[in-house]
Write a protein that binds this ligand. Sequence first.
Ligand code: ZN
Length: 147
Amino acid sequence: MKAASKTENMQPARYAELKGILEEQRREILSEVQGKMRDVRAEGASGEAQGVLDAAEASEADIQDDIEFALIQMKAETLAKIGEALSRLEEGTFGYCFECGDEISERRLRALPFAVRCKDCEEAREVAELRERQTARRSGGYLLDMN
Ligand SMILES: [Zn+2]
């Protein structure tokens, strides 16, 4: 029997497991970001101590800073997603398949913490998308116009 209310009484063990997965990810990312921030600051400080960088070195450092910044920004976005996932976990909607409502396996969530579909539904969707693309190509984009 699949009651619709099952999300309201998630097994405490599963809740703890999922919370553990998310918090672990959050800890990892936070320590990575903090490590990078420290590196950036340390480099900046040593650069100042040594005096002025020449132009080539400075632009290289700029590129490096841009990359670091992009990485940190990406991590920050992931942190926001983890925050959302944690609040969905509190609501009891995290860890359930968007399509069929079944539990998404802990193994899958460990690998893909933001998975919204179970493995079966994800695979079915990929197959359907592939088929759709093939159909669209065969009909020369006619289907796309219909939508
Ligand atoms: Zn599913």
